[in-house]
Every structure is written in structure tokens, then in C-alpha cells.
Design a protein around this ligand. Structure first.
Ligand code: ZN
Length: 368
């Protein structure tokens, strides 16, 4: 068994996920290296910030530079200079979130136009398994149908049906030596459809299970409520992955409801907009009130950005569109989210997650 729960606190769990490239303490925040890079950061900085596992995007790596090239150069770990665990998504999320590039969704697979050259392309269960096997990731994800929020129930039902059909095929498909494969459940926040999806996907006995099709545009309270009843439906002895959440409040929401892994592009995306996530809420560094502020982004943070640079300096870099602004903000945002996650893990082990969460929320709601 690749996953062990080591402590629980209410519905929340702390654990360890063992992969071919090392152990991942959970709950785990997975920084996203979309194109085999966590934007602007060196892998050593990502590790030093506390990341134990990265996420790579199958869609983008398939089109540029291509899985065959990466395989010829020793696989994704060697290619990007990261020897820790890597999870690759199936590419399905990109296909379904770029709805105007969708051409056909059929039993065989999904046909779409590549965002790179507009050429028609197709993903099938077997093909995304093959791509991820060549990339050599530690965890491969199943191809699923991920509709946006608010689609008619019939479309959700069809998403559940196809997701199960594809997962059944992918389970028997090729995988890299030692590669774990996670199944994805769909059904949005429709209780009947979600439980049908969970039953069908859990029966396929994957190494881990994800809640897909949430955090896709529905109101946050609806999402949190769905996680509350859906997470406990997933097998208790396997890791539970919530796809696509990474704001500090959201992280605390899903951890408390029994989620073990999550990913988001937020730390680097916020960096690009000049925003810092801090223990006292979000700071927009463009704000004139930081012009002469000698303090760090976050007094409680010990990252390389906060231990050396002032808000005033970073504000200057943001305003002048200096590349260093993006690096310093991304590094801090990533460190902060990883610290929140580690703090939650420690709190679960001490049986005080509720207090930790309350304290974090109270501080983040205050003015910096
Ligand atoms: Zn910091």
C-alpha cells in the first residue's frame, strides 16, 4: 500500500504517500509546473520553500516539446532537473476548460483543436496513459470529462458515464515502472451523480482518488459543502486529491474535510499580478501605501524574499515590471501556501486543527 494515514483530527487526515521518487507528507500542496517549470523559480528554490511534489501538465508537455523528446532525454524528472515526486494530470482538464477548442466528445475519446497550432488532436484513455508513461511521472491521472459549473444534469450524467468508461480502460493501459494511477470522480455537487461516480471509480481500485469537476466556477459555499459529503465517500485508505484549489482559505476548507492533496497555479499567477498572499490577507503591491514600507511582505514568513527584501523594494520592482518582482513574489506566495499546509499537518497531529484554522482565518481577515 502506497499511502498511510498517520493521524486524524475530525475528518482531517495527516499521512504519507510513498512514490518512486520519495515520500510525500500529506496534506500536500502541489505547485504547478505547467510547462515543466514552476514559473520563474529554480527547482532548488521550490524544494527549499517546502514542496515535496510537483504537478506537470500532460496537455502542454504533449504538444511542446512532446513526450518522445522528454523520454529520449531521460524522462520528465531528468529533463526539468527535479528528482522529487511528480504528478501529471491527464490533459483532460485543459481540453474541457478550453471549450471553444472542443470538437467532439465520444466513447472513444475527446477530439479538440490544439491551442498551439489549431490542428485537430485526440486524447483517449490509452493515449494519455501512454504519454504519462513516457513522461515517467510518479502519479498518473485518468482522463475524465470535466464540465464547467452550471451545465444541465444530462451533461453531468454523461460526464460521469464517460469518465467511468475511460477509467476502466486506462486502468488496464500502459504505465511507467512504479507509477501510481489515480482515478477521478465527477458529478459536480449533484449528490446522486457524485456517489454513482465514486462507487464506479472506487470499484476500479486505483492508488488514489480525486474529486474532479469542483472549483470550476460554482459558488464557494456550494463547493465546500460538496467536499464535506463527497470526501468521506472516497476510500479511507487511499489519498484523496482535490483538483484545482490553492488559496489559503480554500486549502484550510478542504483539509478540514478530509482532502490530502491539492494543486493550484495561484502562487505564481498572483505573483504576475503583483499580489502577495500573507498571514494578514492579500497585499496588492501596486498600492501607494507600500511606497516607503521597509517591512517584509509577511512578518511571520521566513522565506528568502521576506528575510531580505522590503515591501517598498518589491513595490518598486512591480511598478517597473522587473523580472525579479515575479520571482520574489512567486517564491513568497509558494512558501506561504506550503507553510499553511505544513501548519495544518502539524495541527492535525496535535489534534488542534480547528484552533489553527480559526486563528489563520482571523489573522488573514485583519488588515496588513
Ligand atoms: Zn515570505
Amino acid at each position: 500500500m502506497s499511502f498511510t494515514v498517520t493521524a486524524t483530527d475530525g475528518a482531517a487526515r495527516a499521512g504519507v504517500l510513498r512514490t518512486a521518487h520519495g515520500d510525500v507528507p500529506t496534506p500536500a500542496f502541489m505547485p504547478v509546473g505547467t510547462k515543466a517549470s514552476v514559473k520563474s523559480l529554480h527547482p532548488d528554490e521550490v524544494r527549499e520553500a517546502g514542496a515535496a511534489i510537483l504537478l506537470g501538465n500532460t496537455y502542454h508537455l504533449h504538444f511542446r516539446p512532446g513526450e518522445d523528446l522528454i523520454a529520449d532525454l531521460g524522462g520528465l524528472h531528468a529533463f526539468m532537473g527535479w528528482d522529487g515526486p511528480i504528478l501529471t494530470d491527464s490533459g483532460g482538464f485543459q481540453v474541457f476548460s478550453l471549450r471553444d477548442t472542443l470538437l467532439a466528445v465520444e466513447d472513444e475519446g475527446v477530439t479538440f483543436r490544439s491551442v498551439y497550432d489549431g490542428q485537430a488532436a485526440r486524447f483517449t484513455a490509452e493515449q494519455v496513459a501512454g504519454i504519462q508513461a513516457k513522461l515517467g511521472s510518479d502519479i498518473a491521472m485518468c482522463l475524465d470529462v470535466c464540465p464547467p459549473a452550471g451545465v444541465p444534469r444530462a451533461e453531468l450524467e454523461e460526464a460521469v458515464r464517460l469518465t467511468t468508461a475511460w477509467a476502466t480502460r486506462q486502468r488496464e493501459a500502459e504505465r511507467a515502472p512504479g507509477q501510481l494511477v489515480f482515478g477521478i470522480t465527477q458529478g459536480a455537487s449533484d449528490r446522486d451523480l457524485r456517489s454513482r461516480s465514486v462507487q464506479e471509480i472506487a470499484a476500479l481500485d486505483f492508488d488514489g482518488f480525486a474529486l474532479g469537476g469542483l472549483s470550476v466556477g460554482e459558488p464557494r459555499p456550494e463547493m465546500v459543502e460538496a467536499v464535506e459529503w463527497a470526501a468521506p465517500m472516497l476510500p479511507a485508505d487511499r489519498p484523496r486529491y482535490f483538483m484545482g484549489i490553492g488559496d489559503p482559505e480554500g486549502i484550510l476548507d478542504v483539509i478540514a474535510r478530509g482532502i490530502d492533496m491539492f494543486d493550484c497555479v495561484l502562487p505564481t499567477r498572483m505573483g504576475r499580478t503583483g499580489t502577495a498572499l500573507t498571514s494578514q490577507g492579500r497585499l496588492n503591491l501596486r498600492n501607494a501605501r507600500f511606497a516607503r514600507d521597509p517591512g517584509p511582505l509577511d512578518e511571520r514568513c521566513s522565506c528568502q524574499t521576506c528575510s531580505r527584501f522590503s515591501r517598498a523594494y518589491i513595490r518598486h520592482l512591480v511598478n517597473q515590471q522587473e523580472l525579479l518582482a515575479l520571482r520574489l513574489l512567486s517564491l513568497h506566495n509558494l512558501s506561504f501556501l506550503l507553510d499553511v499546509t505544513t501548519g495544518a499537518r502539524t495541527a492535525i497531529e496535535a489534534g488542534r486543527l480547528a484552533e489553527f484554522t480559526l486563528e489563520m482565518r482571523r489573522r488573514m481577515a485583519s488588515e496588513a
